[in-house]
Design a protein around this ligand. Sequence first.
Ligand SMILES: Cc1cc2nc3c(=O)[nH]c(=O)nc-3n(C[C@H](O)[C@H](O)[C@H](O)COP(=O)(O)OP(=O)(O)OC[C@H]3O[C@@H](n4cnc5c(N)ncnc54)[C@H](O)[C@@H]3O)c2cc1C
Length: 260
Amino acid sequence: MIIGSKKRVYHREPGVGYILNRPEFICHLARKAEKLGTIIQTDDKIKTINDLDGKFIVDASGCPSTVKRELDINRGIKGVTYQQTLEDSNYFISDTLKVIYTGNFGYYWIFPRDLKKKELNLGIGFSGNFGYNLKNMLEKFKEGREIEGKVNYVAGGLIPVGLQRPLMHNNILFVGDAGVGTFPFTGQGIYRALISGDVAGRCIARGYPKKYPHIINQKFIKWDLIGKTFIRANYIFRRINPKLVLASLNYFTDVSNMIR
Ligand SMILES: Cc1cc2nc3c(=O)[nH]c(=O)nc-3n(C[C@H](O)[C@H](O)[C@H](O)COP(=O)(O)OP(=O)(O)OC[C@H]3O[C@@H](n4cnc5c(N)ncnc54)[C@H](O)[C@@H]3O)c2cc1C
């Protein structure tokens, strides 16, 4: 992790972090669910909540949630991202995640993806939309560091920052990006999506769906409050002086390591 001129290196025990092959993981989950009697319909875009029935509905439609947009309850901080997947890259390191924070309250990441193809994900994100051209910024970053590789996939778009309330509306429970959002400073996106899906499923199966928001709050509220206060302060700092952003990021990183 690089914040301004300060470089921080963290070592993690094996088994603490994972690189997930999402298509494979989703197929595996689907096969397991089908064996348990779940009816799965693919290629079936839900156009309106009127298409949905059932005693309970779990909305996992990502960011922005289709259901929340229709109901006009799409609240919560949103960030923006842009990512390229580079094949045969000179910057590939199989066991290292790099995050580089900038004074305009953005961050770049370089994550290994596929060892055989020397493939990595290289991205840029901001915890808010400040109107930047992310593609241009990433190209400049690549040039500056002489990062090479064939771009074989591009992704990006909105990213929910922190809890996206409401977590429940009538009989609809919001999970993943639609509900619990992500927490970029700790790298939690898929992790939170998995946890919230699991909690929602258990709450419904065990007959206490209304406890879902409470359980999620218990798990995530502390970092949500700290994180959002930090983010709002940095919306101001970035306009005053980029050095304030970097100083606050260094402070936040020290504090979060102490109280995690
Ligand atoms: C560029 C980028 C890089 C990221 N990198 C990381 C990372 O390295 N690590 C990490 O943990 N997280 C990362 N994240 C965040 C992570 O991708 C999300 O937090 C996670 O995917 C949330 O999962 P989800 O299932 O809630 O939503 P999604 O993965 O967005 O899935 C939503 C699904 O709902 C479907 N859907 C949407 N609308 C409808 C509809 N109307 N009808 C039917 N289906 C619909 C979509 O097709 C999609 O399959 C990244 C995000 C971005 C944008």
